[in-house]
Ligand binder design. Sequence first.
Ligand code: CA
Length: 380
Amino acid sequence: MSIIEKVTCHVVAAPVQRPFTSSRGWLYKTRGSCIVEIETRDGIVGWGECYGPSQVARAYIESQYAPRIIGRDAHDVEVIWDDLYNRIKDYGSKGMAISALSGIDIALWDIIGKSCGKPVHKLIGGAYRTEVQSYATGLYFIDMDRLIEEAVEEATEYVRQGFTAVKMKIGLGSPKLDLQRVRAVREAVGDDVRLMVDANHCFTVPAAIRLGRELEALDIEWFEEPISPEDLDGYVEVTRALDMAVAGGENEFTRWGFRDIVARKAMDIVQPDVCAAGGISECRKIATLAISHGVECVPHAWGSAIGLAATLHFLAALPDQPPSFRPMPPLLEFEQCENPFRDELTVAPIEQRRGIVQIPTAPGLGIEIKRAVLDRYRVA
Ligand code: CA
């Protein structure tokens, strides 16, 4: 038994030196997070993270979830998940209600692992792999006068650092300019680097199909969020029209949210985020659902070292899709934009070598949190 005694939300934010944007037009001027800390009666501390607006996650946790889990056994993690979900779903079965629930789920898995002396992935099916290939996510839009040059420089730098796969942003309001920029990056990194594009759902169906055909000629591995997430019929059209893989799902939640996407094969790759879609417990179910429909599951990741570690354990226990003699394992999204919570929050930072990241092997999430970093960036 690991009886839950206390739940604390650490809302943190740090300024970004060089603000950046995607096709959404959001200028990222700060990086922040709602970090969840859960303590048990016998002194075990578990850490979790919630994706999205951190004050909203905190409000859900402090007002709705925390009072319901105090006194319960962390090992009842899925029972607790069901209870919290069924309590909240009449008021919102997607979005921040589920992000907040994700943070709790991850923290409970950290506690379970620490109480058993095992890394989380050994408790959710085991290690299909001990390391994962990662791809660098970056190539946002920063300097509007040097969009092509900055993309080439950034991509080349990732390759120099050892990355063998890179994902770049597109959606500059001109498919011609997008294409020019992707072509310049492809030429700069060469044919051996795996290259993906992410439109953050800024295109119409016909625009996505037209651009997609051009991108296929540049050997783009997947086209992420070509169109709006609400338009499932549109996703079916784009996915059928293109030979390249179409990916999406970072803004979808729970097994029920992903059910129609995978049953209709509206995407080739679904990308649930462990800090948003319902935590490790729920992403396991989403992955099973996807695999049973022949849809690949490659998680989205955007956050602190806690979210990254949770994603690594999820990836370690994710079956090869499909199993084969030399399978192509799912990739880790290793976002590279400025973020002290990814680089400084843990005693040993999570790092890549030749694009490869080791799955943590210490108990729980396998990371040690530096409380001084939480204190430094704490938001009142
Ligand atoms: Ca994305």
